[in-house]
Design a protein around this ligand. Structure first.
Ligand SMILES: Nc1nc2c(ncn2[C@@H]2O[C@H](COP(=O)(O)OP(=O)(O)OP(=O)(O)O)[C@@H](O)[C@H]2O)c(=O)[nH]1
Ligand SMILES: [Mg+2]
Length: 221
């Protein structure tokens, strides 16, 4: 019940969103069991539009030639990123959400049917560009990785703590641009550690290749 006017608005909204989330949890558990049965390790990449998620996948695939990588590519509109990644010769399933701001476990389940006949060893899920909504939706992944570029500003971990709380790792990307922006890497690392002391940090640049090796080693491990 809304405390201000007594209408049922708030109660209804909370009940509906709880129902949706628990249905998503159930489907995410099913996905997780399916991935495990097929021996697929799954990384959910979450970050703002343009943070560098697709570029990170491209660079990773090139540096992991021994690993069969597949991608579920989520975008609100267009199949551009999926087409971009297909050019690497890897299996890619595109999910166009029609404006929905996140992927959910059902979308991932449907998309994975396209890849399951010849399952990849490592599956990247590139979530819809958004630091807010994807944080609420378990997809059945092993790892959530936040991609934060140095051009987005130092305040993002504090403004969007939920995404950082979920993350096993944070990739701080575009470090080649550090000389041109106000972004104190040490300070941001400290902010992230306050929110999630367990999260591993990988400052890197896809442009120069700097910092990519520790990220690749982390995935190998
Ligand atoms: N200088 C620099 N530019 C980068 C780096 N990584 C990505 N970019 C550029 O950043 C822009 C966005 O990169 P994408 O990989 O498409 O970003 P994204 O997160 O996949 O974007 P959406 O899927 O639209 O949310 C492109 O112009 C990339 O070339 C980097 O390490 N350094
Ligand atoms: Mg992308």
């Amino acid at each position: 019940m809304c405390e201000s006017c007594g209408c049922g608005e708030r109660t209804l909204r909370v009940t509906v969103s709880r129902g949706l989330l628990s249905e998503n949890e159930r489907l995410a558990r099913e996905n997780r069991a399916w991935f495990k049965r097929l021996g697929v390790r799954v990384v959910n990449l979450v970050g703002s539009p343009g943070a560098g998620k697709t570029s990170l996948i491209e660079a990773t695939v090139r540096r992991l030639p021994e690993c069969r990588v597949g991608v579920i590519e989520g975008d609100p509109e267009t199949r551009r990123d999926a087409e971009r990644l297909s050019r690497l010769g890897i299996p890619v399933a595109a999910v166009t959400t029609g404006g929905v701001c996140h992927l959910d476990a059902r979308m991932v389940h449907r998309a994975f049917h396209e890849l399951a006949a010849s399952p990849p060893e490592l599956l990247f899920i590139e979530n819809v560009g958004n630091l807010l909504c994807p944080a609420d939706f378990d997809l059945g992944e092993d790892l959530t990785v936040v991609v934060l570029s140095v051009t987005e500003g130092e305040d993002k971990p504090e403004k969007y703590p939920q995404a950082f709380r979920r993350a096993s790792a944070v990739v701080l990307t575009k470090v080649d641009l550090l000389p041109h922006v106000d972004f104190d890497l040490a300070r941001v690392a400290e902010l992230i550690a306050r929110i999630n002391p367990e999260a591993r940090l990988f400052p890197l640049s896809v442009r120069t290749g700097e910092g990519l090796e520790p990220w690749i080693e982390f995935l190998r491990a």
